[in-house]
Unconditional design. Structure first.
Length: 266
């Protein structure tokens, strides 16, 4: 069960002619995130980089303030899916129980199961000063993401989230059938490495929705660049938090939707 893709043998029709085909398909399965044996969320996700997913989800949802607060972690195969079993201190568990939130998230769903409008529209943290980038650096960063998407090259069916720095280039890429999951995995990877998200750019292969702005801000990211456009609500949230949103990134350029002060442009 714990594999990111599987081969599929079928048939393809081209120019009216049928021929055998083999295609690699992205895997997805039900993944339960549990804390001290209590299930908090069940998400459909790609079963890869699972510890990154567990840590990133826990941080972006405010369950723990730091990756070190997860005292133990294990992946347990269960009937119908996987359990990401985490142990946290009683104080953190008490906060979690007070929220009374239960998720049953379809693939790519970042807000299923919220109990109130206020929770869905929770304030986006204010981000720090961050770094200033040139337009050429933004294009270089966005161009590097595709090369790092190993699973997407095989399947053409998953989202990617990457992190790029001026000194090291593309330092991390995480992929998933769900765009929110991919960003959580990236956030978990950076947290586990102790790498501040404010030191570079978060790169996305999807549209920029409000949930992604919330998650990126919780990571401490100051710049998001994506191949697609943001929603209007995401732009308003980014403006309030001080985030720089760059979208519609193509080979010939990109568009600035918020936070233009972090860019040096001709």
């Amino acid at each position: 069960m714990n594999v990111p893709s599987r081969p599929f043998s079928g048939a393809a029709i081209k120019h009216g002619i049928s021929s055998p085909s083999v295609r690699e398909l992205a895997e997805e399965c039900a993944i339960a995130l549990t804390y001290n044996r209590l299930t908090h969320a069940v998400m459909m996700a790609t079963p890869a980089d699972l510890q990154d997913f567990a840590v990133g989800f826990s941080l972006s949802e405010g369950i723990v303030p730091d990756a070190s607060c997860i005292e133990d972690f294990a992946v347990i195969e269960a009937e119908g899916g996987l359990e990401l079993r985490m142990w946290i201190a009683p104080a953190h568990l008490a906060v979690l129980e007070q929220r009374r939130r239960r998720l049953a998230g379809a693939t790519g769903c970042g807000m299923c199961g919220l109990e109130s409008l206020a929770e869905a529209m929770r304030p986006v943290p204010t981000v720090g000063t961050g770094l200033v980038f040139t337009a050429a650096e933004v294009q270089q960063a966005c161009a590097s993401l595709s090369a790092g998407q190993v699973l997407n090259r095989a399947t053409r069916a998953v989202h990617g989230a990457g992190f790029w720095t001026r000194s090291d280039g593309l330092v991390a890429v995480r992929e998933d059938v769900g765009r929110h999951n991919a960003l959580d995995k990236l956030g978990g990877a950076l947290a586990r490495e102790g790498r501040p998200a404010s030191e570079g750019m978060v790169l996305l292969t999807s549209r920029i929705s409000i949930e992604l702005v919330q998650k990126a801000a919780r990571m401490g990211a100051c710049v998001i660049a994506a191949v697609s456009a943001p929603t209007a609500l995401a732009v308003r949230a980014a403006e309030r938090s001080g985030l720089t949103l760059l979208g519609v990134a193509r080979e010939d350029g990109f568009e600035i939707f918020s936070g233009g002060h972090r860019l040096i442009v001709p």
